[in-house]
Write a new protein. Structure first.
Length: 330
């Protein structure tokens, strides 16, 4: 993608464990352009959040490390820049909306101080001006009486209000890219819709690129331009959103789509599910990991399937057992 704000190519992230160095992200690649939204979807344990934290190098230390690949942002490889330069990028040029707002916010500092901290760190302005900009950001994310909320502590706000504060912090320096890691976790359905509408509106106003990590395929369909489907630390399918929903080619993608409740489904019928569960990191096979889940045996477990472009912009991990499978087999 020529106008890509971010290009991830062959990213490998691993963790030091008692059982040795174990890969959690295995040669992941994708790109996101200016003003576009890339959705990353998959079950828990598939490597979505680790991929996001690898981009901004916020992996748990000293266990987490990037073993290979490139993360090209505005012409710079973020895996190679110094810690000092990376601190200028994080919060300034790349904003992160973390998964759980109560842990993302410091409980012993007021909202205003936490908002102003990032503004003062990345921009050479006075504290008075930073205060005014922080109030304006709270107003922008539709928090009522923002001047009063500046003096509140996180525990004084509801879950939805805290999430709006986290969004305000991520956008305070007008970044070129925002990574939203499950921004609606633990919020009720009405508040979820408000938060997603808010992120979309702010993206349109600021022209930023957005990476949206979620479990919800409904959110993907509503909010994203392109989709990356991850399973067991790998990308198994990548396509424009309409193409993926109209023509899913990998058995895992089809299984995810089949599990969505539909209006035409008979009441009280059992929803389709994907059998089994994601294997532990230390148990991943070198070959097709979805075949591993399905309990299959043979050469597909030993050799990694090729990642092929089957139509313009539509890529799939072409395992002979999973690619274009008619259904997810137990």
């Amino acid at each position: 993608m020529s106008d890509a704000v971010l290009e991830v190519d062959g990213l490998i992230t691993a963790f030091d464990t008692d059982r040795g160095l174990i890969r959690a992200v295995d040669q992941v690649g994708f790109s996101v352009g200016k003003g576009r939204t890339l959705g990353i979807v998959g079950e828990s344990g598939c490597g979505k959040s680790v991929t996001a934290m690898s981009i901004v190098r916020l992996l748990p230390q000293p266990a987490g490390r990037i073993l290979g690949g490139r993360v090209m942002f505005q012409g710079r490889d973020l895996t190679q820049v110094s810690a000092k330069d990376l601190r200028k990028v994080r919060g300034g040029e790349i904003g992160v909306i973390f998964q759980e707002p109560m842990t993302a916010l410091n409980p012993v500092h007021r909202i205003g101080r936490q908002l102003m901290e990032g503004i003062l760190l990345h921009r050479k302005i006075s504290r008075r001006k930073a205060w005014e900009e922080a109030v304006e950001m709270l107003r922008l994310v539709r928090i009522p009486a923002p001047e009063m909320r500046m003096g509140d502590y996180p525990h004084q706000l509801s879950g939805g209000m805290r999430q709006r504060v986290v969004i305000a912090m991520a956008l305070a320096c007008r970044p070129d890219l925002v990574i939203a890691d499950e921004p609606t976790t633990a919020l009720d359905v009405t508040v979820q819709a408000q938060i997603l509408d808010l992120i979309k509106r702010l993206q349109q106003e600021m022209g930023m690129a957005l990476i949206l990590i979620t479990h919800d395929l409904g959110v993907i369909a509503e909010s994203c331009d392109d989709v990356v489907v991850m399973y067991a630390g790998r990308v198994v399918e990548r396509a424009p959103v309409q193409e993926l929903f109209a023509n899913p080619l990998h058995a895992y993608t089809r299984g995810l789509l089949a599990s969505i409740p539909r209006l035409e489904t008979e009441p009280k019928t059992v929803l389709p599910t994907i059998p089994g569960m994601v294997a532990a990191l230390s148990d991943f096979v070198p070959g097709c990991r979805f075949c591993q889940r399905m309990g299959r045996r043979g050469p597909t477990l030993r050799e990694r399937p090729p990642f092929l472009e089957v139509s313009p912009g539509h890529w799939v991990e072409a395992c002979p057992e999973c690619y274009q499978a008619e259904e997810v087999k137990a």
